[in-house]
Each structure stands twice: as C-alpha cells, then as structure tokens.
Design a binder for this molecule. Sequence first.
Ligand code: NAD
Length: 319
Amino acid sequence: MLILPEALIADLVTAEDAFSAIRACFAAMAQGAARNFPVVREALGEGRQYGFKSGLDTAGGQLGVKAGGYFPGNAARGMINHQSSVFLFDPETGRPRAMVGGNLLTALRTAAAAALSIDLLAVPEARVLGIVGAGHQAAFQLRAAARVRRFDRVIGWNRSPARLAGLAAVAADLGLPFEAVPLARMVEAQVIVTITSSPAASLLAAHVAPGTHLACMGTDTAGKQEVAADLVAGASVFTDEVAQSVTIGEAQHAVAAGRLEPADIVPLGAVVTGAHPGRRGAGEITLYDGTGVGLQDLAVAAVAVERARARGQGIEVAV
Ligand code: NAD
C-alpha cells in the first residue's frame, strides 16, 4: 500500500488534473459505469461533522472511501476546518492500494466540479464573478472559475467582511479587480459561487439576475442552506448526484417544501456526455448543486497515486 501524506499532494495534482478527472468521473456516473454509495454523515456535537463518502468506478478501476469531515474549532488551532483521508482498494480483491491525504484534494475536486458546471452552463460572455463566502475553499473556487471564463472583475460577500481580504489577494494574483459588496449587488454577476457553511439562506431571488449561473457548493449536510428555496425552485437545477442533492444538498429545502421534484434535477454528467443540452436560453437561471461525491475523491486520489508511483514518491507499506 502506498501512503501519500498531505504535504506531497500539491506537487502531484494540479487544478487542471482535477478538472479533467472530475469531467471523466461525472461522465462515467452518467453512463452508469461508476456509482456512489450512500453517504454516512454524523454530527459529533459542537458543529463537528464526520462521515464517509465512497463508491466504485468500474470504468476507471477505482474502489474506495473518503473518511473525514468538518471541524470548526480547527481554525483557532491553526489548522483548516476540513480534514479528510482517502483510501483506495483493489476493486477485484479488496486489498488496500493507497492512503492519500485528502485536504487539498477535496478543495481541488470541489472547485473543479464548480468550474465544470460554469464551463458547461454559464453564459459564454460572463464577465462578473460573484463569490459568497471567504473561508478555506473560496480561494480555490475563485481560481478554478477564472480558468473557464474570461472574467473582468470579481465581487465578494462574506458574513465577516474582514475575511474577504484573502479573496481580494487571490483576485489580484489573477489580475482581476475585486470589490466587497452587499448581497444585493450580486445581481451584477453572471456567475455566482456560494461556498459557506451557513444554516440559513444568504442569497435570495432578488440578489440574482436572469441568466445567472449559480454554483452552490457549501451545502453538503442536512440542515445547511445558502440559497433561498424559491430561487432553487425557479432555476434549472443540475447536480453531481441526485440522491445527495435532495437529502444533503442545496435542493433539500425546495424538495422538502414540495417546490422541486427530484425527477427534474439533472446530473451534470448528462451534460458532459451530451445526453442533456444544459442551458436552454440566455435568460434561464441555472443552478449546480455540488454536494461532493465519493467518486470525485477517488478520481483525484487516483491521479496522485499514479503520478507518485511514476516518480517513486510516497511511502510503501506492506499490508
Ligand atoms: P470555512 O470554515 O473555512 O469557511 C466557512 C465559510 O462560511 C466562511 O466564509 C464563513 O463566513 C461562512 N459562514 C459560516 N457561517 C455562516 C452563516 N451563518 N451565514 C453566512 N456565512 C456563514 O469552510 P470551508 O472549508 O471554506 O467550507 C465551506 C463550506 O463548504 C462548508 O460547509 C463545507 O462543508 C463545504 N464543502 C463542500 C464541499 C462539496 O463538495 N460540496 C467540499 C468541501 C467543503
């Protein structure tokens, strides 16, 4: 078994690698060649969440699980709040193949999924990017979004405005002007990424202009919510995995209120394969409900393992 500690991952997997891996993974899911297993996600108290996301990718030859969660006390300890590890197994024998640090991989695969949704669903001429949230994931989201559209500027909102300085620095690094704005000014954006751990909607229908693409990435647990249910119900909704979207994703609230039918939610992989046309008009609001699936974790961990083996990196352990 190969062990790849967290510190090795940055040299092994790029944002471009993650984008390609997630695109292929979502296509395999849409074609029935890969499936996610039911998510286990448990509250540990004091805001801590822990669980398992797993799956089998027959096409890619991957079987495995990501174990980890969200520990909001970590920031005060100088650690990021999300902590996870990915375990890969041989799908034929069940023998362990690799244990891979999952923190950077999670950020890369989550941002890659949002970027894929922007690539496939946002209007081609999108010029203003809005970011709601300024935690650890937000910077990855900004960088990934900027790879798929030629944005002129970035606007951002966060509950604690001081944290937006970090996003402003990333925008500056990308050569993009950045402005901190009230939520009402999100109407200026053609693409909005939401990436908060909020338990109640921040973004309302009045904050979003017709034709906008929303990538809602923060809601990955029952009880979280970033976007008003009527905004979700009025949008064309896409997701990574419908079973997760209606239970732990942003769509959970609109579905529970009887305002959105699960059958109307489209897997993003169907747009990748061409089975669904994606955006149907310039005025349509499209919404990607990114819940985060185990197959995403396996896909990027597999890239890390393949590259590490080719370079002779990592720690081999007999098991
Ligand atoms: P973080 O703790 O670093 O940042 C949290 C963010 O949420 C900050 O911007 C904070 O201001 C904001 N926030 C917290 N409470 C809020 C409230 N009540 N109202 C509005 N904003 C609030 O977290 P992170 O690592 O950046 O992760 C953000 C979210 O994304 C978390 O919910 C995490 O579970 C989720 N996440 C989802 C995926 C996925 O695949 N969909 C992957 C990783 C993380």
